[in-house]
Design a protein around this ligand. Structure first.
Ligand code: KIV
Ligand code: ZN
Length: 386
């Protein structure tokens, strides 16, 4: 793997599916996994096999059908979790076990009622045990965002020695600021012995709306994998949105970072996940929201009609959206009306446009949006054609 290549680890089917009320069944998960494989994600986290027979079955079925991506199963640092995950992954061409434990004071003291050294011992035991089943073992230090860097470095060093191939540094509670998260990754790169034997992974939650910014800061500081979900879905405020981090790297080539993602599939897969889970995507969602390429104010519409790039930094076709939308509202100008009227068959002269525009404004003041059938009606009542 070249140093400019960022691995995309999709956890839509594991962390993403932790959205309350959005449980998917195995056939739905298999359909999504096939599309993720075609999309070009490098790793698919297919589930948490020990959590339920249904999740075990999903991981097993996904392992059978995925052709290119690594298939990963989550576990706690518990022997039985690891054994069950290995069993669920047995058909995978490229299996990965993702094991780990909480490393912040809050997790060590309150959740485990334990101490720092004992947590390192458990982490090492879990990684060594996972290594007895598969070569590829990812270790997560849960709540790494609130774990002090010096202890986190000790944990990382110990699990690398035990054979971990990937170190996941989750900002589990979405607490870090981008410069803090970036500094954490840099600290690990500079202070963990053997760090070159492992890939550092960013796993950021969106509680403060910073998941995307934190993940990008992480890769700028040396991480080489991002864990993310389609549409940013996930527990509470969700995870890093796959479509956002991928398009940030594509739109900023000077970062010199690349992925294997076929970006033209992004809009379609966003809709598939949203429909399968019954979660509506907010219209202003970056990249895949209904309004991401829609223009409704007169000034913007005029600019986009003259040259799309005036108000768009992404070509909608690059993410699978056919074209930008010029939405007609009471804030729209003559250029937008002429553009939309032409699309439905009226080539208006300047004088005709003046007449139709006056009728349009009266209409638009009473409607949220003027649609194609309204344009026919407005032209008809404007009486410019006999
Ligand atoms: O957010 C988190 O810490 C996680 C781990 C289980 C990887 O999802
Ligand atoms: Zn998570």
């Amino acid at each position: 793997m070249s140093n400019t290549q960022i691995q995309i680890f999709d956890t839509t089917l594991r962390d993403g599916e932790q959205v309350p009320g959005c449980k998917l069944n195995t056939p739905q998960k298999v359909i999504i996994a096939k599309q993720l494989d075609l999309l070009g994600v490098d790793i698919i986290e297919a589930g948490f096999p020990v959590s339920s027979p249904g999740d075990f079955k999903s991981v097993e079925e996904i392992s059978k059908i995925v052709k290119n991506a690594t298939v990963c199963g989550l576990t706690r640092s518990v022997e039985n979790d690891i054994k069950v995950a290995a069993e669920a992954l047995k058909y995978a061409r490229k299996p990965r076990i993702h094991t780990g434990i909480g490393t912040s004071d809050s997790h060590i003291i309150h959740k485990f009622k334990s101490n720092k050294d004992a947590i390192i011992e458990r982490a090492v035991r879990a990684v060594s045990y996972a290594k007895s089943f598969v070569e590829d073992v990812e270790f997560y230090a849960e709540d790494a965002g609130r774990t002090d860097n010096e202890y986190l470095a000790r944990v990382c060093e110990a699990v690398i020695k035990a054979g971990a191939t990937v170190l996941n540094i989750p900002d589990t509670t979405g607490y870090c600021l981008p410069h803090e998260y970036g500094a954490k990754i840099k600290y690990l790169k500079e202070n963990v012995k053997g760090i070159d034997k492992a890939i550092i992974s960013c796993h950021c939650h969106n509680d403060l709306g910073l998941a995307t910014a934190n993940s990008i800061e992480g890769i700028i500081n040396g991480a080489r994998q991002i864990e993310c979900t389609i549409n940013g879905i996930g527990e509470r405020a969700g995870n890093t949105a796959l479509e956002e981090v991928v398009m940030i790297m594509k739109q900023h080539p000077y970062l010199n970072l690349d992925t294997n993602i076929d970006t033209k599939m992004l809009f379609g897969i966003s809709q598939l996940v949203s429909e399968s889970m019954g979660i509506y995507t907010q219209p202003n969602k970056a990249i895949v929201g209904a309004n991401a390429f829609a223009h409704s104010s007169g000034i913007h519409q005029d600019g986009v009609i003259k040259n799309r790039e005036t108000y768009e930094i992404i070509d909608p076709k690059d993410v699978g959206v056919n074209e930008s939308a010029i939405v007609l509202t009471a804030r729209s100008g003559r250029a937008a009306l002429a553009y939309r009227a032409k699309k439905v068959g009226y080539e208006l002269t300047k004088l005709e446009l003046d007449v139709v525009y006056a009728g349009f404004l009266k209409f638009a003041d009473n409607k949220k949006e003027v649609i194609d059938s309204d344009i026919h009606e407005i032209v008809k009542i404007s009486k410019i054609y006999n």
